[in-house]
Design a protein around this ligand. Structure first.
Ligand code: AHR
Length: 324
């Protein structure tokens, strides 16, 4: 399965050095045979995403024996489909796909299969007719994350009247679907919980702020803001502060991801709960590829263990060692 990086430039350099009587050159990583991995990333919409990109780039490095071809799809599925076709044309050894949305992958993944290229899914899930179109998946249980957030609301507010603003991630992504399903289940169990707004902030800080500013302008009455990621929560917090409102006091903020910036906002009382979504998938994908290289079959589905954080027990020491 390995691709061979062209050795001609290296050989020429070697001959030149020998002719000059110099020492034999140290073999650079480029001169070794590197397995080529095409990685189609969703985008750069959030701190989570950037931490995920860094993790993948560090793990699939030349030092570890890989040449990573990285493509940022700017949260557009058609760009991901184009990237996958480019990877197929290049004849990469493996394709890693972090899918933007769940549906619409059957055709292009059938093309990858026809080319004999294993496809590893990371982070979000896809919905396809035939699960043999991908080799395996590793990521988060987004529904469980939503359930965790709702359980916290139940423990803290029970059946008290809640007026909930719900900022969704990009519609059709597993992260949005699972976290929304969790909240919907909570709303169904608690008639006193009222949904006063639901709309997408596309997982970005700018959109989160824009949506919140509009709600404040419209005098929407709320006491809980359920943000489906940290960056939207940051935008919400900025909008609340600019309007003279006190995040954490006038409204409880529930968020997802647990980036270090957001966790520090728990320490100062701005955010009430942050449900972890772990982005450090690089070493996990590396381990999957190593299994495939050895001819082994990795598990088809792997859910990453995740936790949640509120003010109880969270310390700067805990935040400092988390890695993102
Ligand atoms: O799919 C993971 C989600 O995508 C993260 O919660 C969010 O921050 C990211 O953009």
């Amino acid at each position: 399965m390995k691709k061979y990086v062209p050795l001609l430039p290296l050989l020429l350099a070697c001959l030149l050095l020998c002719a000059c009587g110099g020492p034999a050159p140290v073999q650079e990583p480029e001169a070794r045979d590197l397995a080529v991995v095409g990685f189609s990333q969703v985008g750069a919409e959030s701190d989570w995403r950037n931490a995920n990109t860094r993790s993948m780039q560090q793990a699939l490095s030349a030092a570890n024996g890989y040449r990573l071809i990285f493509d940022d799809a700017q949260q557009k599925q058609d760009r991901q489909i184009t990237a996958i076709r480019n990877f197929i044309n290049l004849g990469v050894d493996y394709i890693v796909l972090a899918p933007n949305t769940e549906t619409g992958w059957d055709t292009v993944l059938a093309e990858a299969r026809a080319a004999g290229i294993p496809v590893i899914l990371v982070d979000r899930m896809i919905e396809v007719e035939d699960t043999d179109l991908f080799t395996c998946w590793i990521g988060s249980d987004f529904r469980k994350e939503g359930d965790t957030a709702v359980r916290w609301l139940e423990e803290h507010y029970g059946d008290a009247p809640l007026r909930i603003v719900h900022l969704q991630g990009n519609i059709g992504s597993s992260a949005q679907i699972g976290r929304t399903e969790g909240l919907d289940a909570g709303l169904a169990r608690h008639p006193a919980w009222q949904l006063v707004f639901r709309g997408s902030g596309d997982f970005t800080q700018a959109k989160g702020q824009e949506v919140m500013e509009a709600l404040i302008r419209d005098h929407t009455d709320f006491n809980v803001i359920y943000c489906e990621n940290d960056n939207m929560a940051y935008g919400v917090i900025d909008a609340l502060k600019m309007a003279g409102l006190r995040p954490g006091e006038d409204a409880a903020i529930i968020s997802f991801d647990a980036n270090s910036t957001a966790l520090r906002m728990i320490l100062d009382g701005t955010i009430s709960l942050d449900v972890e979504c772990n982005p450090l998938h690089g070493p996990r994908v590396l381990s999957i590829i190593e299994q495939l290289q050895r001819g082994e079959t990795p598990p088809k589905f792997t859910y990453v263990e995740e936790t949640s954080f509120d003010a109880g027990g969270l310390t700067e020491e805990i935040i400092g060692v988390r890695g993102y």
